[in-house]
Design a protein around this ligand. Structure first.
Ligand code: FES
Ligand code: FES
Length: 174
């Protein structure tokens, strides 16, 4: 039988044992940021609220929708599930960093050409995830793309056009 009193008294998550702030160095889209953050600030909040890059979206904040996907050294990650302090010194690319302001990333152009969005809220995460997924080199077919992109939810249901955009870019990489 569980001793509920003992369980409740256990000092789990006692923030008094953590430093109030940490200095976190992040390189985001090639630019250096020195952020003074509470240790429990997520990477997503650091990017949006402290670095001011709001292209990355917060959907669920629980790792279930993929809207917050960014790239760390080319690998995709749900930024809501990661503490910023854990990524001190890392190089991060967000949706803003995929274009140089003049030339889009091929996936950005393909999403436009295929009309691969409706409200657009999931789109930054979809595109960053697709970049990471294609970097992984594991997708050989449409079914593979669907499976490997299944962590990115589109509430508007634009999946057919999203997949068409990704498949077009993938075919040009072959
Ligand atoms: S906001 Fe991160 S997975 Fe939904
Ligand atoms: S375009 Fe609206 S959620 Fe995907």
């Amino acid at each position: 039988m569980i001793n509920e009193t003992a369980f409740l008294e256990k000092p789990v998550g006692d923030k008094r044992q953590l430093p109030e702030f940490e200095l976190v160095n992040l390189t985001i889209n090639g630019q250096s940021y020195k952020l003074r953050l509470q240790p429990w600030v997520s990477l997503l909040d650091a990017i949006r609220e402290y670095a001011g890059l709001t292209g990355t979206k917060k959907g669920c904040d629980h790792g279930q929708c993929g809207a917050c996907t960014v790239l760390i050294n080319g690998k995709r990650i749900n930024s809501c599930l990661t503490l910023a302090v854990m990524k001190d010194g890392e190089s991060i690319t967000t949706i803003e960093g995929l274009s140089d302001g003049i030339t889009n990333h091929p996936l950005q152009d393909a999403f436009i050409e295929h009309d691969a969005f409706q409200c657009g809220y999931c789109t930054p995460g979809q595109i960053c995830s697709a970049v990471g997924m294609l970097n992984e080199g594991r997708a050989d077919s449409l079914e593979d793309v669907q499976e490997l992109m299944s962590g990115n939810i589109c509430r508007c249901g634009a999946y057919n056009n999203i997949n068409a955009a990704i498949m077009e870019v993938k075919s040009k990489m072959a």
